[in-house]
Design a protein around this ligand. Structure first.
Ligand code: FES
Ligand code: FES
Length: 158
């Protein structure tokens, strides 16, 4: 067992955890942040995507102790985020989700892509989203939602 201290969604957290606890299990089981979903648990599907020091990572294959002293942000931290508000609207309008299981990881990745300017066309969007798997939508709605969000955010002050 080890003590971990980090910032989660802007709040300082100190806890004692098993050394092999993944960041995903720590967030879900210790902090009740269940918006971070678990599917493959092998680093393949992107459902568990969170930001660590503003960079998207896979929480299922990241040991919580490796995030010691860093800042983690989960989907719950984006409820009032103006960019995420636009992205959510676009996903809803363009039918970018069905069951929603992939969606928290998907929209965190889309927000990051838009911030990095890595969604200039459909080909690039599909390439950037290759690490986020969706079993429902067939991806067309997700690509359309991303294009819509990219264009709206380009023309807005947020
Ligand atoms: S649950 Fe982490 S990548 Fe699939
Ligand atoms: S909306 Fe169901 S897995 Fe993507």
């Amino acid at each position: 067992m080890s003590t971990i201290s980090l910032t989660v969604n802007g709040i300082a957290v100190v806890d004692v955890i098993d050394d092999r606890t993944t960041l995903a299990d720590f967030l879900r089981d210790h902090l009740n942040l269940t918006g971070t979903h678990l599917a493959c648990e092998h680093g393949v599907c992107g459902a568990c995507t969170v930001l660590v020091d503003e960079v998207p990572i896979r929480a299922c294959i990241t040991l919580a102790l490796s995030v010691e002293g860093k800042s983690a942000r989960t989907i719950e931290d984006f409820e009032d985020d103006p960019k995420m508000e636009v992205i959510r609207e676009c996903f809803s309008e363009a039918h970018g989700l069905q069951c929603g299981f992939c969606t928290s990881g998907m929209v965190l990745t889309v927000r990051d892509m838009i911030q990095r300017g890595r969604c200039v066309n459909e080909q690039e969007i599909r390439r950037e989203l290759a690490g986020n798997l969706c079993r429902c939508t067939g991806y067309s709605g997700i690509v359309k939602a991303t294009e819509l969000a990219r264009d709206r955010l380009k023309n807005s002050a947020v």
